[in-house]
Design a protein around this ligand. Structure first.
Ligand SMILES: [Zn+2]
Ligand SMILES: [Zn+2]
Length: 387
C-alpha cells in the first residue's frame, strides 16, 4: 500500500500552506499567527473539537472516527516554531521576518499534520479518536513539556503519541527509526572562576583565573575520554569563554564559561553533572581560586517505545516500501516529554539532498509531503481499523 492517492491530490494545497508558514516564521512561544492559522484550518476541516492556548500557544484538535467501539485515542504531534537565523535561501517565499527562519522544517511538519487532519476529518475511516497536537517552542523552549503540564494527555485521554521529523541526507519520502534511546538529553552549564585580578607583569601577586579556566576546559574533556564507558555516549562542549578584562596587561578577576552536555542515559547524565562539579572545584582549589558551577537540565533523553516503534516501522514500510534503522542523534527533541508521559514513537522522513537543518540555506522538501501525510493517516487507520 503506497502513498495514499488523496495526498497526491492535496499536495499542491498542502504545499501552499507550507510556503505560507515558511514566509511567516515565529520563534519559541510567539507562534501567534501560525497557531491561529492552524486552529482556523482545523475548524474548517470539521474537527470535533479545536482548543487553543494549551502550553501557551499550542493547538489541539480532536477527530472522531466513524465508530468508537475500540475506545482508543492516538495523539499525532507536529511542531510549529522557527529559529533565530537570517534566511539565505533566496526563495520567493523566503522569510519576511528579518532574523527568523523555518530552518528546521517545522513549517513542513505543521503542513503535513494539517494535511493528515484534513484527510482524517473527510474520511473518518477508523474506530477510535485522533488528537492532533501542534506545539510551540520545540527549539529550546519546552513547548511540549508545557502542553503536558497543562494536562493535555489526561484531558483528551491520549493513550499513544507519534511524532515525525524531516531528515536531510536521506532519500525524499524514505523513513528511518530506532527503538529505545534515540535523541540525546540536552543540558547546559555556567561556570564562573573567581581569582584575584591584577597587573599582568606581577602574576605572583594575582590568582590567575585565565590559567585556571584553561586547565578546566581541558580537564572537562576527560569526562568523555576517561570517566565514561567508551561504549556510552557523552558530549561535553565548552562553547563560551569570557574574561572580565580584555586588556593586554590585566589578569582578569573572573572568567565565565558555558557549554552543553549531551547524553543518552540518566546514568551518563548524572555522571557528567557530578564530574563537571568535581573537576571545576578541584581545579579552583589547585590554583587557589573559587568556582561556581550551575548545571541546568534541559530536554530528557527521547526514548521510543519498543512496540510502537515496531508498528511505526511497519506503517512506514507499507507507505514507502522500506524503513531503515536510524542512527543515534546527539541533538535534543522536546517530544521526549510526551514520550515520558505516554508510549509512542518518533520517526524520520527523508528530506533529500538538502542543506542540513539549522543552516541558513536549508529548506523543507515539499516532495516529502505525500509520504509524510500517508504515514500519519496510516498510523491511525492501521492502529484503529474501522470494522
Ligand atoms: Zn531544530
Ligand atoms: Zn526540528
Amino acid at each position: 500500500m503506497p502513498i495514499k492517492n488523496r495526498f497526491a491530490e492535496l499536495q499542491t494545497e498542502i504545499t501552499e500552506w507550507r510556503r505560507d508558514i515558511h514566509e511567516h516564521p515565529e520563534i519559541l512561544f510567539e507562534t501567534h499567527r501560525t497557531s491561529a492559522l492552524v486552529a482556523e484550518k482545523l475548524k474548517a476541516f470539521g474537527c470535533d473539537e479545536v482548543v487553543t492556548g494549551i502550553g501557551r500557544t499550542g493547538v489541539v484538535g480532536m477527530i472522531k472516527g466513524k465508530a468508537d467501539t475500540s475506545g482508543k485515542v492516538i495523539g499525532l504531534r507536529a511542531d510549529m516554531d522557527a529559529l533565530p537565523i537570517l534566511e539565505a535561501t533566496g526563495l520567493d517565499y523566503a522569510s519576511k521576518t528579518e532574523g527568523a527562519m523555518h530552518a528546521c522544517g517545522h513549517d513542513g511538519h505543521t503542513a503535513m499534520l494539517l494535511g493528515a487532519a484534513k484527510y482524517l476529518s473527510e474520511t473518518r475511516n477508523f474506530d477510535g479518536t485522533v488528537v492532533v497536537i501542534f506545539q510551540p517552542a520545540e527549539e529550546g523552549g519546552g513547548g511540549g513539556r508545557e502542553m503536558c503540564e497543562d494536562g493535555m494527555m489526561d484531558r483528551w485521554g491520549i493513550q499513544e503519541v507519534y511524532g515525525m521529523h524531516n531528515w536531510p541526507g536521506h532519500p525524499v519520502g524514505s523513513f528511518a527509526i530506532r527503538p529505545g534511546a534515540f535523541f540525546a538529553a540536552t543540558d547546559q552549564f555556567d561556570i564562573v572562576f573567581e581569582g584575584k585580578g591584577g597587573h599582568a607583569a606581577k602574576p605572583h601577586e594575582t590568582v590567575d583565573t585565565t590559567v585556571m579556566a584553561a586547565q578546566a576546559v581541558l580537564a572537562l574533556q576527560t569526562i568523555a575520554a576517561r570517566n565514561a564507558d567508551p561504549v556510552d555516549q557523552v558530549v561535553v562542549s565548552v562553547t563560551s569563554f569570557e574574561t572580565s578584562s580584555t586588556a593586554f596587561n590585566v589578569i582578569p578577576q573572573t572568567v565565565k564559561m558555558r557549554g552543553t552536555v549531551r547524553t543518552m542515559s540518566t546514568a551518563m547524565r548524572d555522571l557528567a553533572e557530578k564530574r563537571i562539579g568535581e573537576i571545576c572545584n578541584g581545579v579552583a582549589a589547585t590554583f587557589g581560586g573559587r568556582v561556581d558551577v550551575t548545571y541546568y537540565r534541559g530536554y530528557p533523553v527521547m526514548v521510543n517505545s519498543e512496540a510502537q516503534t515496531e508498528f511505526a516501522a511497519d506503517v512506514a514500510r507499507s507507505v514507502s516500501g522500506a524503513c531503515e534503522e536510524a542512527p543515534l542523534v546527539m541533538g535534543g527533541e522536546d517530544f521526549a516529554f510526551m514520550l515520558e508521559e505516554r508510549p509512542g514513537a518518533y520517526i524520520l522522513v527523508g528530506n533529500g539532498d538538502t542543506a542540513a537543518v539549522h543552516h541558513p540555506e536549508y529548506n523543507f522538501n515539499d516532495e516529502a509531503i505525500p509520504a509524510g501525510c500517508s504515514w500519519w493517516a496510516e498510523i491511525v487507520e492501521q492502529r484503529m481499523p474501522a470494522a
